[in-house]
Design a protein around this ligand. Structure first.
Ligand SMILES: C[S@@+](CC[C@H](N)C(=O)[O-])C[C@H]1O[C@@H](n2cnc3c(N)ncnc32)[C@H](O)[C@@H]1O
Length: 270
């Protein structure tokens, strides 16, 4: 009998998709294979069929593989310089525009926010730069409910906040056991919500900036184009799009966004 490894692999991916509700069909094949192979090694399964059988019996392993496929590595002000650019260039520009239109409400979307470090970083920068009486609203979405729960609790280790100056830590955190807890004022700014960027419509409109960092790398071209079109429609005129340092915009949608900083991967809606 000839064993078709690709069929076994596709069957396994469909099984994980069905159980998790995550549409994995569009994720890059090489990415899925790398992550699944690592889990298989960890549990001693030497082929896709054995691993599928294991997943059928073992809910804990099913959770492990879902976690492994939706990696949520992140930290406060990840990469630091894009957030410096946000404070020093983007926020002052948004402020000027708002003053002209006599508004004091700013709206941001942290798309694929993982455990909340990114939306809290956006909140901290905005609170620090914008006048006190301005309203800040941040939507923070992710496909992973476990991440969203962690995010809404707002408790982090010392390592996760290592990029923050000590003055910001004093201002926006309080000690909690071995780690730090975000003060309630920051939590009030942020609405956490489950959302799949590849299959659902955008959550809202008129954002002044959308942060979507370090998730596009997992998507295929069609998923990227769908998501970036959604961001285009969700942004207000001249709104900003901030993507991950190692990410690029597909050629098809370049006409929708113009680069503001190639180094920091910041774009503006055309
Ligand atoms: C590496 S983290 C990025 C976190 C943060 N944006 C950053 O740059 O530090 C990737 C996140 O994307 C989320 N994710 C993966 N696929 C997704 C999808 N289809 N829709 C929404 N979020 C997704 C994962 O759950 C994970 O939390």
């Amino acid at each position: 009998m000839v064993v078709n490894i690709d069929d076994d692999f596709n069957f396994l991916v469909r099984k994980i998709s069905k159980s998790s509700g995550i549409i994995l069909a569009g994720y890059r094949d090489s990415y899925l294979r790398r992550r699944i192979d690592l889990r298989m090694k960890a549990v001693g399964a030497d082929n896709y069929t054995t691993y599928t059988g294991l997943l059928e019996k073992n809910q804990t392993e099913m959770k492990e593989i879902i976690n492994a496929l939706t990696v949520n590595v992140t930290e406060f002000m990840r990469d630091k310089t894009p957030f410096m650019f946000f404070r020093e260039e983007i926020l002052p520009d948004i402020m000027e525009r708002k003053k002209k239109s006599k508004s004091n409400l700013v709206r941001f979307w942290s798309a694929a926010c993982s455990n909340g470090e990114e939306p809290y970083s956006i909140g901290i920068c905005s609170k620090d730069v914008l006048p006190e009486d301005w309203s800040i609203s941040i939507y923070a979405t992710d496909i992973d409910e476990k991440c969203l729960k962690h995010a809404s609790q707002g408790i982090y280790s010392k390592d996760q906040i290592k990029n923050l100056d000590s003055s910001l830590i004093r201002k926006y955190f309080e000690p909690a056991g071995e780690g730090f807890k975000i003060k309630s004022i920051q939590k009030l700014l942020i609405r956490f919500q489950k959302h799949d960027l590849t299959s659902e419509p955008p959550i809202s409109k008129h954002f002044d900036a959308v942060f979507c960092r370090n998730v596009m790398i997992y998507f295929n071209e069609n998923q990227k184009i769908k998501m970036l079109n959604d961001f285009y429609n969700s942004l207000s005129d001249d709104g900003y799009l901030i993507i991950g340092k190692s990410e690029t915009l597909p050629g098809e949608i370049r006409g929708l966004f113009t680069p503001v900083s190639a180094k920091e991967k910041v774009f503006k809606k055309v």
